[in-house]
Write a protein that binds this ligand. Structure first.
Ligand SMILES: Nc1ncnc2c1ncn2[C@@H]1O[C@H](COP(=O)(O)OP(=O)(O)OP(=O)(O)O)[C@@H](O)[C@H]1O
Ligand code: SF4
Ligand SMILES: [Mg+2]
Length: 477
């Protein structure tokens, strides 16, 4: 049995309306039936564009959001059904590293206080002095000097703050760490150092990771298995090498086609698939295959039947009715995939899910594309939001920046020189007021009158994740 197993996990946020009496007028289907397994000591990389439900899934594992249905089995125990107190004990073993290192650290606490808080709550360390020694050892492991203990988050650079976030998880001696976009807020050069640090810690401490990212280049080198998410569901899952060698789902093909290749000859010949249309609203997902409103190979059946994630052999799973036909070329493109696809965005958003889509969209010849990072960006404009329904507006899938591949970056993470260099960065000199502002990031796009539940402030969420908060969310079936 795998260390962490998710079975048909759903997280549906109710959309409420009304000033005096809240009525549920619909749901945001943020996570809509995800099953996956993470083996002990391995890394599962979860990728997908903004708004597809990655963070919600990570938070569901820790029960920081209510799980609508499904099982989250960790080490043989279904967390979704655990009473609060027992869940609190389990939270020590499942930790989270957040995307925004500054926002997740309380600006008024020094590093010792931040790191010892969770330890005290979980009974780690006999007394303050013992905890201090343990913290010093962990700080050294993540490449921070021992004198960091008395300093405050705003005195560190972005990369150092993420190391503090990692140290905060490590002091609780977890088995699993969920890293939610752990490097996307960092400089490209610092990204590689943090990814390398995570790998090194995994090797030495036997950690298991669920790494969430929107950038395929970030998860490629760290993941054993990669799952690709689209609108709340997995559309493809495969061992990392197999996925990169031969993506089978049209969405994964489009994502992969945006990844630049270091060889200039191959790069020049690389086919680019630019997706037409916008990411549909998770409050009103398309019928049938959720990707059919944008799929360049869409067929009539796609709007009618939802494909199931199916193992095509060797653990390569795909949710597409026509994966085999697309691969062997027996069905061709039914939509434009060149630059005209992006220009035609508005038109495609009106595609009627109930009617045969293939008939409406003329076959298009794909023009040869010149390689450029700009061309590779798959634009997704704001979705059509229904009158009363307020959901986050998806913005874009960013193409990985050329040369961003983490494998090519220096592996050196622990030297004092690094730490000093990071300290000297502009971020280290950020004034305290700014740090305080950043500490509580804006909530997702939520119109208070229209009443989508608000996100918790970052510090509350961190306290819940660490098991030091007042209680945290509970699962409800
Ligand atoms: N508390 C909430 N209440 C209502 N809707 C929510 C809530 N949290 C998230 N959502 C919605 O669920 C969907 C998935 O959000 P989520 O943050 O999980 O996406 P994501 O894949 O992590 O995106 P990103 O890459 O931008 O972080 C979005 O449409 C979002 O607006
Ligand atoms: S099922 Fe149809 S619409 Fe969905 S990915 Fe496959 S070909 Fe495209
Ligand atoms: Mg997210």
């Amino acid at each position: 049995m795998s260390l962490l197993e998710l079975d048909d996990v759903k997280v549906h946020f109710p959309v409420k309306k009304g000033v005096f009496f809240d009525r549920t007028v619909g749901h945001v289907y943020a996570v809509d039936g995800i099953s996956l397994s993470v083996e002990a000591g391995q890394t599962y990389g979860l990728v997908g564009e903004s708004g597809c439900g990655k963070t919600t899934l990570g938070r569901a594992v820790l029960r920081l959001v209510d799980i609508t249905s499904g099982e989250v089995v960790f080490d043989g125990t279904d967390l979704a059904k655990l009473p609060d107190e027992e869940m609190r004990q389990f939270r020590r073993r499942l930790q989270m590293v957040f995307q925004d290192p500054l926002g997740s650290l309380n600006p008024r606490q020094n590093i010792e206080s931040i790191l010892s808080e969770g330890m005290a709550a979980h009974g780690i360390g006999t007394d303050r002095a013992d905890r201090r020694e343990k913290i010093k050892a962990i700080l050294a492991r993540v490449g921070l000097p021992a004198n960091s203990l008395s300093r405050y988050p705003h005195e560190f650079s972005g990369g150092q703050r993420q190391r503090i976030g990692i140290a905060r998880a490590l002091v609780l001696e977890p088995d699993v760490i969920i890293c939610d976009e752990p490097v996307s807020a960092l400089d490209v050069s610092i990204q590689a150092q943090v990814i390398n640090l995570l790998e090194e810690l995994q090797e030495s401490l036997g950690l298991t990771y669920l790494v969430i990212a929107h950038d395929l280049a970030v998860v490629r080198h760290i993941s054993d298995v990669i799952g690709v998410m689209y609108l709340g569901s997995l559309v493809e899952e495969a061992p990392s090498d197999a996925l990169y060698a031969g993506p089978k789902h049209p969405y994964t093909r489009a994502l992969m086609s945006a990844v630049p290749v270091p060889d200039p000859e191959v790069e020049d010949r690389r086919e680019r698939i630019l997706l037409q249309g916008d990411l549909p609203s998770p409050a009103n997902p398309p019928a049938g295959c959720r990707f059919h409103t944008r799929c360049p190979w869409v067929q009539e059946k796609c709007a009618l039947e939802r494909p199931v994630l199916t193992d095509l052999g060797d653990g390569h799973k795909v949710a597409c009715h026509f994966a085999a036909e697309i691969e062997n070329g027996t069905i061709g493109l039914t939509r434009a995939t060149g630059i005209e696809a992006v220009v035609g965005t508005d038109k495609s958003a009106d595609v009627d899910a109930a009617e045969p889509v293939a008939d409406k969209v003329p076959a298009a010849k794909v023009p040869a594309q010149k390689a450029s990072v700009e061309d590779a960006v798959v634009v997704a404009k704001p979705v059509a939001v229904e009158d009363e329904v307020v959901v986050e507006t998806p913005v874009a899938v960013e193409a990985p920046v050329a040369g961003k591949s983490v494998a090519e970056k220096p592996a050196d993470v622990d030297t004092d020189a690094d730490v000093a260099a990071e300290n000297e960065s502009d971020e280290a000199a950020a004034p305290e007021e700014e740090a305080v502002d950043k500490a509580v990031p804006e909530d997702k796009a939520v119109d208070k009158d229209k009443a989508v539940p608000e996100d918790k402030p970052a510090s509350d969420e961190v306290a819940d994740a660490a098991g030091t908060g007042a209680g945290g969310k509970t699962g409800s079936a």
